[in-house]
Design a protein around this ligand. Structure first.
Ligand SMILES: Nc1ncnc2c1ncn2[C@@H]1O[C@H](COP(=O)(O)OP(=O)(O)OP(=O)(O)O)[C@@H](O)[C@H]1O
Ligand SMILES: [Mg+2]
Length: 250
């Protein structure tokens, strides 16, 4: 039963998951999430940070409505239009980059698609097929595709994972600029604290599985404009909280 209710207020996204179990063939169900609550105000960027395998992707799939088998309640922003970037880019391999956007957002006009491709540095790749792209470019296409639907909520699952440091920094800066400019409520899953601190207004730290939020940290300065010392202090605090929770689960 739903024994949790989300916080009220002006939250754009409100999540209160009592429990989420994964059914497994030939074994007991695996509890991925338990007592997980978070709220994100309209127009803010939140980062979900937690250890590998703790349930981050599971959480994003529930928020996206791709999996409805859980107890609890999730309230999405008004209109509830979602843009999602999966951990793997998942582009349609037999369609060009531009067609991947057109198919995801049939109501988008050609000028809008061209502008998005330009914003993400993809103008020269519009007619390429996904197989011709590097991982960094494929990630940018996946991001452009998610933005093409003009989402009320943008969900990003580890958008920078497996990119080398320079590419990750470049894409991180583009993501930060896009969410600042478009003011889309955004939830980013990552296991990388500096990435979370650079991108988010609010950071949700998760426990090991079954995941719940062990601490919520608000980033005081405007996103990306923290002093080095403030960013370091935040990172130290977050690491201590994650480490304490890891020990408690051992
Ligand atoms: N469809 C599924 N069926 C069974 N178990 C699953 C399923 N999806 C995920 N799990 C299990 O649930 C747990 C949480 O998985 P999830 O992918 O949500 O974690 P994660 O935090 O995103 O991990 P990572 O950091 O590796 O991306 C893991 O133990 C995983 O093996
Ligand atoms: Mg994951």
């Amino acid at each position: 039963m739903n024994d949790l209710s989300p916080d009220g207020g002006a939250a754009a996204l409100s999540v209160a998951i009592a429990s989420k179990d994964h059914q497994r063939a030939g074994g007991p169900a695996l509890r991925a999430l338990e007592g997980l609550r978070l709220t994100l105000p309209l127009g803010q960027a939140g980062a979900v940070v937690g250890p590998s395998g703790c349930g981050k992707t599971t959480l994003l799939r529930l928020i996206a409505g791709l999996d409805r088998d859980f107890t609890g309640q999730i309230v999405l922003p008004a209109h509830g239009r979602l843009g999602m970037v999966f951990q793997e880019p998942r582009l349609l391999p037999w369609r060009s980059v531009a067609d991947n956007l057109r198919i995801a957002a049939p109501e988008a006009d050609e000028a809008g698609i061209a502008a998005l491709l330009a914003e993400l540095g993809l103008r020269d790749h519009a007619d390429h097929f996904p197989g011709e792209l590097s991982l960094g470019l494929a990630r940018r296409v996946a991001l452009a595709r998610a933005l093409a639907v003009k989402p009320d909520l943008l969900l990003l699952d580890e958008p920078l994972v497996s990119l080398d440091a320079a590419l990750a920094r470049e894409l991180r800066e583009r993501i930060a600029a896009l969410i600042d400019e478009k003011r889309i409520t955004t939830l980013i899953v990552t296991h990388d604290l500096p990435e979370a601190i650079a991108l988010a207004d609010r950071i949700f730290l998760l426990s090991p599985r079954p995941a719940h939020v062990i601490a919520t940290l608000d980033v005081e300065a405007p996103r990306g404009r923290l002093t080095r010392a403030a960013a370091d202090a935040l990172e130290t605090r977050a690491r201590a909280a994650l480490e304490a929770s890891r020990r408690a689960f051992q």
